[in-house]
Design a protein around this ligand. Structure first.
Ligand code: KIV
Length: 283
């Protein structure tokens, strides 16, 4: 367990130059944020995967600004010194420059985020990224599989397998860097493409399902802890099985309550024999 100073965007650039790998994990609540900070994770991401893994939506599309703000605040309360990135939810950066800037500003001012993440490398994402970075709001890009627009393409499948789409990802990565992104997430792309993009950019590239050649890695925390109740993608390594641990504990609780062995003496508050006799003597 390592106590860390708060990292900044320039630390991430330096870490890339020095070949030090970055760790990022998602957090959506106070206790998880406390644990991640305690372990010294470099970046906490309040992903809009919140929609699927915490709120029970079918996709990330229904996630609102208010939901993202609510969860970002909880994560900030649990992680005073971690670098905190939050996802701009679908339709919070598509309507106008004014609304995009106002929404991004709310994450920094009202929820304590250090940066925002925008999906995609099309004209809209590039110009919005540019507008935000020009006024000093740090932006993390996100290319490859971008869940907010997954249904426009091949769904939740690997991107960049064909020459044309691989070339598009490479070009968009460069444009996002030019637009001022301080780092880039590459999701679900072939390992060699990710390694090539990583070697061509100055900013750190953080992979998820993108192989070992990136500058850092991110996973959805409930997936890696074995808490996600639906099927998890093949690229996830499950480091623990919290669901099984929870089921064992809840089963034991139900059994003990039913048989009367919980609560035991050590879980109860006590009064003296004398006080009890006094009470019993009253009518
Ligand atoms: O929403 C999310 O959790 C993400 C990660 C998968 C990078 O964007």
């Amino acid at each position: 367990m390592e106590k860390k100073k708060k990292l900044t965007v320039s630390d991430f650039l330096r870490m890339k130059q020095e070949g030090r790998r970055l760790t990022m994990l998602t957090a959506y609540d106070f206790p998880t944020a406390v644990l991640l900070e305690r372990c010294g994770v470099d970046i906490l991401l309040v992903g809009d995967s919140l929609g699927n893994v915490i709120l029970g939506y079918e996709s990330t599309l229904p996630v609102t600004m208010e939901e993202m703000l609510h969860h970002t605040r909880a994560v900030r309360r649990g992680s005073r010194t971690s670098f905190l990135v939050t996802d701009m939810p679908f339709m919070s950066y598509q309507i106008s420059f004014e609304l995009t800037i106002a929404n991004a500003g709310r994450f920094l001012k009202e929820a304590g985020a250090d940066a925002v993440k925008l999906e995609g490398g099309d004209e809209n994402s590039l110009s919005m990224t540019n507008a935000l970075t020009r006024i000093g709001i740090p932006v993390m890009g996100h290319l490859g599989l971008t869940p907010q627009t997954a249904s426009l393409g091949e769904g939740m499948k690997v991107r960049g397998k064909e020459r044309e789409s691989a070339q598009r990802i490479m070009e968009q990565a460069r444009k996002l860097e030019q637009a001022g992104c301080f780092s880039l997430v590459l999701e679900c792309v072939p390992d060699r493409l990710a390694a090539l993009v990583t070697s061509r950019l100055k900013i750190p590239v953080i992979g998820i399902g993108a192989g070992p050649g990136c500058d850092g890695q991110v996973l959805v925390t409930p997936d890696m802890l074995g808490l996600t109740q639906s099927r998890v993608p093949r690229f996830v390594k499950q480091y623990a099985n919290f669901s099984e641990t929870a089921v064992t504990a809840i089963d034991a609780y139900i059994r003990e309550v039913r048989e009367g062995s919980f609560p035991a003496g050590e879980h109860s508050f006590h009064m003296s024999d004398e006080d009890l006799r006094h009470l019993e003597a009253l009518d």
